[in-house]
Each structure stands twice: as C-alpha cells, then as structure tokens.
Ligand binder design. Sequence first.
Ligand SMILES: NC(=O)c1ccc[n+]([C@@H]2O[C@H](COP(=O)([O-])OP(=O)(O)OC[C@H]3O[C@@H](n4cnc5c(N)ncnc54)[C@H](OP(=O)(O)O)[C@@H]3O)[C@@H](O)[C@H]2O)c1
Length: 246
Amino acid sequence: MTQSSLREQALVIGGRGGIGKAVAKHWCEDPRFSAVWEVSRHAPKDDSKFGRRRSLTTDHSEEDIGEVCREVLAESSRLSRVVISLGTLHGVDYGPEKSLDALRQAAMEEVYRVNCVLPMLWLSALAPGLRKNPDCRIAVMSARVGSINDNGLGGWYSYRSAKAALNMGLKSASIELARRAKGVKLIAFHPGTVDTALSEPFQRSVPEGKLFTADFVAERLTGVLDEHKADGQISYLDWAGKSIPW
Ligand SMILES: NC(=O)c1ccc[n+]([C@@H]2O[C@H](COP(=O)([O-])OP(=O)(O)OC[C@H]3O[C@@H](n4cnc5c(N)ncnc54)[C@H](OP(=O)(O)O)[C@@H]3O)[C@@H](O)[C@H]2O)c1
C-alpha cells in the first residue's frame, strides 16, 4: 500500500441513517482510508468501536454545514469518497401521497428540504474545497422513483418530485464541477429497496429477495464508486451499477 493511498479519507453525511451508518462502518473497515468522517444530527453511542471514525454532529443549518465542511476539508489531505445519504419519505404527520388531494404544503416543504435542499447545500459547501482534488467520487442518495421517464405508477408526489429536483440540481452541479473541479465524479445513486426505517412501512409489497440489507448496499455503493472515475459527467446509477433513465 502506498503512502498516498493511506492518506485517503472518506465522508458520510447522514451517518446515523440505515444506509449511511452501514457505509461508514464498511469504510471504517477499508484499509484505504486513514479516517472516515461521519456527520449526523445525532452523536454515536459507540464511538470507540471504530478507530478511524471521526464523528461530527450537525443541525443542517447553512452556517453549521459550512463549519463542518471547513473542518473536514482542513483536516483531510485527500478526501476521495463522499456519500450524502439524507432523505425522508414519511414522518409523524406525513407520508407518500397517493392522490393530488393528499398534498399538504408543510409536508411537501419538509420532504423537499431533506431530500433536495440539504444535499445540495452540503455539495455547495464542499465544492470549493474540491477544486484541486485529483480524484473525489461523490454519491448522493437519489431514488429510481425520482426518474421522470421511469414513472409508470404515479403517486408519491413529494418524494418523487424532491428526488427529481435533486437529480436536476446534481446535473447542473456536474456541469459546473467539470469546469471547476475536474477530479470530482458525481453519482446520483439508487440503492434499491433497503431494510431501513425509511422503507419499513412499505416492505410488505417488496418481492422476495428484493429487500436488501444496508450492508449489502454499502458494499455495492463502494464497488460502484470504485468503478467510476471523474469523466466530466454525472451518472444516475442503481445498486447494480446500471444506468437509470432521467
Ligand atoms: N431505504 C430505501 O429503500 C431507499 C430506497 C431508495 C432511496 N433511498 C434513499 O437513501 C437515503 C438514505 O435512506 P435510508 O434508507 O438510510 O433511510 P433512514 O434510515 O431513514 O436515514 C435517513 C437519513 O436522512 C437523514 N434525515 C432524515 N430526516 C432528516 C431531517 N429532518 N433533517 C436532516 N436529516 C434527516 C438522517 O440523518 P441522521 O443521520 O442525522 O439521522 C438519515 O441519515 C435517502 O436519500 C433515501 O431517500 C432509500
């Protein structure tokens, strides 16, 4: 192993969610990384368990996002992997809408905020520190239901449109980064249906063998990132590495 590979670091935003936590754990066991930053609203209970883990808490305010990114970028000589794994589909008083008459402003705003606004704000705060980075691969958790072409069933208005808006934001970011941060690869990632709190109320309709563990997805995400160097393009990929139509 070379000295430069030993200096690689990784960052997980949303590190206490089902998928984010599994990715952070997977990367903590990956000898490439000298440190794995894990950012969440919640402090971990078992910080001592993974020696290379660096846990930071955030309230996702613009000010705090800026501070966390400055801290990570100042201490990471070489940030080579980032996953932004923020999302919500249901909460105490909202869930995926089946029909137009179920739309509520407060719920729509919250779903847009967590699935689209926050991931884009994190990307915005990270981008200036990545301009000279020779190879940084960033996966942002999207979803297949954010594909306009693939929408054959309708419904899920807020979540679908928040992910579609995220996809468009990432597409614009990829065009800008191709000019300003040529070493950055952006991937809008669909993890499949994963056994986490987000999918829990909807798991009964998932065909047998199609409900993935978060550990499986962490492994797949790592493989997909490893296979995609910066090429000036964004990729919209699923867990198998297959392209999804926009
Ligand atoms: N599970 C699936 O089947 C599935 C399918 C397709 C796409 N996805 C996407 O994968 C990503 C991760 O989801 P998951 O399955 O791991 O779900 P999860 O276990 O519910 O985790 C959700 C993540 O979003 C963050 N989050 C939730 N509400 C938030 C809020 N109000 N403010 C700030 N952050 C908030 C959480 O942050 P903290 O770490 O601070 O708790 C957590 O990291 C999401 O983008 C989701 O849309 C999941």
